[in-house]
Design a protein around this ligand. Structure first.
Ligand code: ZN
Length: 82
């Protein structure tokens, strides 16, 4: 149940695994009512100085794909990471 969307950086050093949740980049997974968004980290470090980027990108994708009419965070990890 639920849909899964992958956000993969373009022109990255290597290919990313978009079939399973596990990927060499250790992607960030954000859960919403209707599914989840998996944001892959660019291995070239283009977002290294912007730690909040994965959550922002996940929220954008969720709204674009109607995963969530309003952003409702489901705290899957029991706390704020990093
Ligand atoms: Zn990846």
């Amino acid at each position: 149940m639920g849909e899964t969307f992958h956000v993969v950086p373009v022109d990255d050093w290597c290919g990313h695994e978009e079939i399973q949740d596990s990927c060499v980049c250790g992607p960030h997974t954000e859960f919403f009512f209707q599914g989840k968004v998996i944001v892959h980290h660019a291995l070239d470090g283009r977002h290294a100085d912007d730690p909040s980027w994965p959550r922002r990108r996940a929220a954008e994708v969720a709204s674009e794909t109607s995963l969530s009419d309003e952003i409702t965070w489901i705290d899957h990890n029991g706390g704020e990471a990093g």
